[in-house]
Design a protein around this ligand. Structure first.
Ligand SMILES: [Zn+2]
Length: 428
């Protein structure tokens, strides 16, 4: 086991799942107090309090074409205070829905509340009574959403939220309602913002029982030591690819149709992350190079290294991989949260773990949280929202989504169900 890969605590509730060194924590986190009113109106994208995006405004990108196998629907969104209220209706042919929202790049989005057709609470804005300060801190100001039955995290620029993100909540046909909040700052006291928001939903049709499930993977290389031509015959890469296939095979998912390509942008050999938070910056720019997908595919970037300064010290060499979100903002093109990045140089000393980390990061990007997060400095654990994942040693150590990387890659049935439900997982 290596202890070089640890989770960024703030990442439990962050837009980015960085599987790297312990990260900074806001000293004094607070609880958002959003306006919880919900009065949906049959109006498309009303911006009552602020300007709508202008035509050609490149701050707000286009949704992908509504082509099979996805059904992408831009949702009516009614502005209410510092957010919008939306409703989406799920029919009995829907396996899952990926809720997507976008605002200006440096603002933050979170589903403040989500309720099901029968009033089921998926995401609540009422925090539990027994919160620890560390929990509040870890949640970047949104502990109620972190501890909700269907956990929601705050994300920067682009919101992606998988419904359902755990098999422990009912997912039945009917109308789901959500309030999407927008904030110009998060942390101790989230600061609401009045900014344009667009909301869409990707509906994944149910696959016939017994249909094989496949994951298409596009691998983009940006490192001087590995490229699209050399990767297939590189021993470390070949072993990693095999490992990724084995891990997803546990969930009945065939990794199919691997595409290798080169980015040819050496400025991204080392991805420099924002100081102290180890997110955004070059990572957002890297993910934004992703072209519009012609078909469902996960986007994996292999770079040489990460760089991130915390307290004047570069912790980047200890970061193995980062997901643009839990889940990532797939299938959107050219957005800052739409990919997974893994640092090749991290594996010089442990080549056998490359495949494990790729599988771990892609699983974040498909919707899986760490089985547990350990907050600093109290060392309290925050467990995931899938009830069949282990919480005790040794089983907890053997799970793919344990917060410290090791040689184990187990998945539970519940985790497999989440992976299989994601819209990127398609039939053959
Ligand atoms: Zn992780």
């Amino acid at each position: 086991m290596t202890w070089r890969v640890q989770v960024l605590l703030g990442v439990v509730a962050g837009a980015v799942a960085a599987c790297g060194p312990a990260g900074p924590i806001d000293d004094d986190a607070g609880v958002a107090d959003p306006d919880g009113g919900f009065e949906p109106e049959p109006v498309l994208l009303v911006y009552e309090n602020d300007p709508a995006p202008a035509a050609g405004d490149d701050l707000l990108f286009e949704w992908p074409d509504d082509t099979a196998p996805w059904r992408v629907v831009e949702l009516d969104a009614v502005r209410s205070g510092d957010g919008v209220d939306i409703a989406l209706t799920v029919d009995d042919d829907t396996e899952s829905v990926l809720l997507l929202a976008q605002t200006t790049p440096n603002a933050f989005l979170i589903p403040v509340t989500v309720t099901g057709p029968g009033g089921e609470v998926y995401v609540t804005d009422t925090p539990p009574d027994d919160l620890l300060d560390a929990d509040v801190t870890a949640a970047r100001g949104f502990p109620a959403q972190l501890f909700s039955p269907a956990r929601a995290l705050v994300q920067r620029g682009t919101l992606s939220y998988l419904l359902p993100n755990t098999p422990d909540v009912l997912f039945a046909p009917g109308t789901y309602r959500a309030r999407i909040g927008v904030f110009q700052a998060v942390g101790a006291e989230p600061v609401p913002a009045s900014l344009p928001i667009r909301v869409a939903a990707v509906f994944k049709p149910k696959l016939a029982p017994g249909t094989p499930r496949t994951l298409h993977l596009t691998v983009t290389f940006q490192t001087p030591l590995l490229d699209a031509q050399s990767a297939p015959t590189d021993p470390m890469w070949a072993a990693a690819e095999q490992r990724v296939r084995e891990v997803f095979g546990q969930a009945g998912i065939v990794v199919d149709d691997l595409v290798y390509q080169d980015l040819n942008m050496p400025a991204f050999d080392t991805v420099t992350l924002a100081d102290e938070t180890c997110d955004g910056a070059d990572l957002s720019a890297l993910f934004a190079t992703t072209p519009a997908p012609a078909r469902p595919t996960a986007q994996l970037f292999i770079v040489e290294a990460f760089s991130c300064t915390i307290g004047g010290f570069d912790v980047g060499p200890g970061i193995a991989g980062i997901s643009g979100g839990i889940p990532a903002a797939w299938p959107l093109a050219a957005n800052a949260n739409g990919g997974v990045a893994v640092a090749r140089s991290f594996f010089d000393d442990q080549p056998g773990q490359l495949g494990n980390i790729i599988a771990h990061e892609v699983s974040h990007a498909l919707g899986l949280f760490h089985t547990q997060e350990r907050s600093r400095p109290t060392q309290t654990d925050v467990f995931d929202i899938v009830s069949d994942t282990p919480e005790e040693e040794p089983a907890v150590l053997q799970n793919l989504m344990y917060f410290i990387s090791n040689d184990f890659t187990d998945l539970t049935d519940g985790q497999a169900a989440v992976l299989r439900a994601h819209p990127l997982i398609q039939g053959p």
